[in-house]
Design a protein around this ligand. Structure first.
Ligand code: CDP
Length: 224
């Protein structure tokens, strides 16, 4: 079984996907974390994003590992734990440029399909229902109004010391820029799959969002 969750930045996809994975006892794959990890690696190795050959050579050396430890997913790149580092403002600012590179997308989609092979899982990202798994059993498009998304992201950034509480407008602008770039790129842009169900999380608690998705999955499952 494949559950696909797509949606714009800071819409609550990850929190929802983690909750659903737990409730249904299925694997959670955060594809955004994978694009963030590549961005982190390219910056660390001072590789120019525009140099396609250098980017490709880097991808071929990449060792990316997700592991579930005490119910938390950790991400290791070349044996270093980068789970927290990929959430920084620097990565937020650069990730859309990296994720728009064709070779990066091809590489990631291949890994994502391999990871999901033969397992029941929930994948979250921008192109899961449209490109990675167009035949997914369940598709959701999670969204929320801009203000709520910016408020949520500001909290995340304040907690890692990357922003001050007063910087809501800056965060809002950054989210807009990223969503614009993600929606306008040539290869697998952020887009709702035609058959995806929209869930607006603006006025919903996380428990409600999880409950909604779990109920839909369980209802359809019992009908089959
Ligand atoms: O958590 P947030 O919604 O801010 O972002 P994310 O899901 O961690 O994704 C970070 C970035 O990775 C996005 O802004 C996209 O540029 C890229 N991404 C993508 O292109 N395709 C995906 N399937 C997932 C993420």
């Amino acid at each position: 079984m494949i559950v696909a969750i797509d949606g714009p930045a800071a819409s609550g996809k990850s929190t929802a996907a983690i909750g659903v994975a737990k409730a249904l006892n299925i694997t959670h794959i955060d594809t955004g974390a994978m694009y963030r990890a590549v961005t982190f690696g390219l910056i660390k190795n001072q590789i120019n994003f525009k140099n396609v050959e250098a980017v490709e050579a880097y991808l071929n050396t990449l060792e990316l590992k997700f592991s579930i430890k005490e119910k938390n997913t950790t991400l290791k790149l070349d044996n270093t734990d980068i789970t927290e580092k990929i959430r920084s403002n620097k990565i937020n600012k650069n990730v859309s440029e990296v994720s728009a590179i064709k070779i990066v997308r091809e590489f990631m989609v291949k890994i994502q399909r391999e990871m999901a092979k033969g397992t029941d899982c929930i994948l979250e990202g921008r192109d899961i229902g449209t490109v990675v798994f167009p035949n997914a059993d369940y598709k959701f498009f999670i969204t929320a109004n801009e203000k709520s998304r910016a408020e949520r992201r500001l909290m995340d950034l304040v907690s890692v010391g990357d922003k001050k509480v007063s910087e809501l407008d800056v965060v809002l602008d950054e989210l807009r820029v990223r969503d614009y770039k993600d929606s306008m790129r040539d290869y697998s842009p952020l887009k709702k799959a035609e058959d995806a169900l929209i869930i607006d999380t603006t006025h919903l608690t996380i428990n409600k969002v999880v409950e909604k998705i779990v109920n839909i999955v369980n209802q359809k499952r019992t009908l089959v």
